[in-house]
Design a protein around this ligand. Structure first.
Ligand code: CAA
Length: 296
């Protein structure tokens, strides 16, 4: 009980910290980046039959969607906007047919010094993706390399086009992955494969990524976005309140011991019994009718 209380307390504290950060983020970005619909490095769209799917498309084709600071800031702002929008049930993050993203922007970071990285907390803007409470589906066509692979892994589900390629080639640049490549990849594919990928820089195919559990589905490249949107719409048929709790519980598996994770899951399961949507879901089943969730 003490441990579970600790997990809840630390979750609550990080949620409060995230909330406290919001106004600063908005102020910090307001001069350098765009407001909705007026982006430099991305495109955003709201789609799906119920208009409940937010789509963020990386849009820096000449640099294969290299993740420059401006692009990552725009992704953060777009995610915050979709997070605040009650009509958005899930988000799809995608790139172009040639590249989801070819990594952090090598030319931009080339002059960085160690002290600049430390003092500027380089890559800190990227954490917004993993912090988002709504489900994010990465729809990966083409290259997902370095930070591109890490960005996809920060999302909740990866769908891959059949020509997608994943890799952590930082080693060839004289550096190492810096946004989760040695950590998230290892947890997903295991030590041997992660070590092989990080130490050689070799890419793996979409089919291998699926085999390893990195991607949950491979589809023909031209159907990728439609399939990812369909998946987001399916998630959107459920209670967004319960979806959020479920996402948090799955993510807890990556952040704690099995015993603590199981306790967190059990308590979260119990907590669903305080919601109107749990009651509605079970009543609808018993009455043989579709559930009408109110997200409460
Ligand atoms: N940063 C900056 N620019 C990049 C880039 C990157 N990561 N990847 C590609 N580009 C640019 C190229 O410089 C080129 O620009 P110019 O036309 O102005 O020269 C343009 O995109 C097209 O690239 P290529 O001509 O190289 O295209 P290609 O089809 O021959 O090769 C590729 C494609 C194999 C993806 C190759 O571009 C490549 O190896 N890119 C770098 C991949 C990489 O090392 N990623 C890791 C970055 S470090 C990192 O991400 C750190 C971290 O953990 C956060």
């Amino acid at each position: 009980m003490a441990n579970i209380a600790k997990i809840f307390a630390s979750r609550t504290q990080s949620m409060l910290q995230a909330a406290a950060r919001q106004p600063q983020v908005a102020t910090r970005f307001s001069r350098s980046a765009s407001t909705a619909g007026n982006w430099e490095f991305i495109k955003t769209d709201i789609t799906g039959e119920k208009k409940n799917v937010g789509v963020i498309t990386l849009n820096r084709p000449k640099a294969l969607n290299a993740l420059c600071n401006g692009l990552m800031k725009e992704i953060s702002i777009a995610l915050q906007q979709f997070s605040k929008d009650k009509n958005i049930a899930a988000i799809v993050l995608t790139g172009s047919e040639k590249a989801f993203a070819a990594g952090a922007d090598i030319k931009e970071m080339l002059p960085n010094t160690y002290s600049q990285c430390i003092q500027g907390n380089f890559l800190n803007d990227w954490v917004e993706v993993a912090r988002t409470q709504k489900p994010i589906i990465a729809a990966v066509n083409g290259y997902a390399l370095g930070g591109g692979c890490e960005l996809a892994m920060m999302c909740d589900i990866i769908y891959a086009g059949d020509k997608a390629k994943f890799g952590q080639p930082e080693i060839a640049l004289g550096t190492i992955p810096g946004a989760g490549g040695t950590q998230r990849l290892t947890r997903v594919v295991g030590k041997s494969k992660a070590m092989e990928m990080c130490l050689t820089g070799n890419m793996i195919s979409a089919q291998e990524a699926e085999k390893l559990g990195l991607a949950s589905k491979v589809v023909p490249a031209d159907q990728l976005l439609a399939e990812a949107i369909k998946l987001a719409e399916k998630i959107g048929t459920h209670s967004s309140l319960i979806v959020q709790l479920c996402k948090e519980s799955v993510n807890t598996a990556y952040e704690t011991t099995l015993q603590e994770g199981l306790k967190f899951e059990r308590r979260t399961f119990h907590a669903t019994f305080s919601t109107a949507d749990r009651k509605e879901g079970m009543t609808a089943f018993a009455e043989k009718r579709p559930a009408n969730f109110t997200n409460e």
